[in-house]
Design a protein. Sequence first.
Length: 163
Amino acid sequence: MRNNARPKFLEAHAGLTGANFAIAETGAFVVCTNEGNADLTASIPPLHIASIGIEKILPKTRDLALFIRLLSRSALGTPATRYTSHFMGPREIGTEMHIVLTDNGRSRRLGMEDFWRSLKCIRCGACMNTCPVYRRSGGLAYGATYSGPIGIIIDPTFDESIQ
């Protein structure tokens, strides 16, 4: 895998990441991974594009430590992920960073009595470790964009016909 992926990272003109958390106070954002591919995606190409769901925005920098610990402990049972990368702007002169704040129905979902709590999910994956359906069928077996138990809750809110 590494021999196949590494040349593609080195040749890319742009890299796309998401973010686990963004900070309203500073405009910085954090990407947590265990394999480091997000770091390659963000640091090698001259253009880094980050697509960040609006529910990932935390008010203050001081709030970040709690959420990073919560994410790591819930997802992996560890005190921290292997890579917790903080981005605050383009790396150097001649590089660019674009941040795309993604609503994609999240604001509408906030007003739905049955679905607004789903925006509190930090997408740690812990629910997939215990869900008997997910363990048996895999997360995408039912055709959802989001896998696992949170997908069962979130995906119906993207279907315009049920609203």
